[in-house]
Design a protein around this ligand. Structure first.
Ligand code: 4GX
Length: 228
């Protein structure tokens, strides 16, 4: 599951340029029996299998300087702030796998952070692991190259993105907003900020509740209010 992701252009370049280092550990290598069994049924019964405690803890024991993350719907919902927090770490370890979950004692003993990537159920931890690695890696200077800047992205300033357009200026009678073709960069910036505020207010009012506003933003929010 990871090979496509890490062989893809951005991640591959980041690894080749030594901006990130990835080590995929196969839990099976830590199994202690000849069949290399790593799963077992839950105490108390019920469907599904859990990752066995011994191979998993053996794999985690040697990690003294790594932030250990377990992904599950019970975790704190992943967001840009958690990505920024993880970006400061020298090394992170993410427990991923098929099965229904892991033994709670492994969480208590080793896990520093339990993260959910959203309120839905997946069949394994690989996709959450890739989502976290992706969001954190792109914060590392050089990973995105110089063209793209994460400072322009949604959530960088706590707001959603403004609408964006590219050529042609008219497509099936739909015209790109005139202001974007005006060449007036101050006006364009203001328009973009206003659209960001408008969209965030409309679609994610929760994001605005926690946020402080500049004078300019307050004025734009008033304008939006009056236009209704
Ligand atoms: N946000 N799941 C994780 C638990 C599990 C089993 C074995 C590691 C090894 C999910 C989510 C999610 C299902 C992935 C339970 N982990 N994870 N898996 N939503 O639904 O993070």
């Amino acid at each position: 599951m990871f090979s496509g992701f890490f062989d893809e252009s951005i991640m591959k370049r980041a690894i080749d340029n030594k901006l990130i280092e990835v080590n995929i550990v196969n839990i099976r290598d830590y199994a202690n029996d000849k069949h290399q069994i790593v799963d077992d049924s839950p105490f108390g019964g019920g469907p599904g299998m859990l990752l066995k405690i011994e191979p998993l803890s053996k794999a985690l024991e040697s990690l003294k300087h790594s932030k250990i993350i377990y992904t599950s719907p019970q975790g704190k919902t992943f967001n840009q702030n958690i990505a920024k927090e993880l970006f400061k770490e020298e090394e992170i370890t993410i427990i991923a796998g098929r099965y229904e979950g892991i033994d709670e004692r492994v969480i208590e003993e080793f896990v520093d952070m339990e993260i959910s990537i959203g309120d839905y159920v997946l069949t394994g931890g690989e996709i959450p692991a890739m989502a976290i690695i992706d969001a954190v890696s792109r914060l590392i200077p050089g990973v995105l190259g110089n063209k793209a800047s994460y400072e322009e992205d949604s959530f960088y300033n706590g707001l959603l993105d403004h609408p964006q357009y590219t050529r042609p200026a008219i497509y099936k009678n739909k015209k790109v907003p005139d202001i974007l073709l005006s060449g007036n960069h101050a006006k364009i910036e203001e328009w973009r900020l206003k659209k960001s505020l408008e969209r965030t207010k409309e679609r994610r009012p929760d994001l605005l509740e926690k946020r402080k506003f500049t004078k300019k933003e307050m004025i734009l929010l008033k304008e939006i209010e009056n236009e209704k």
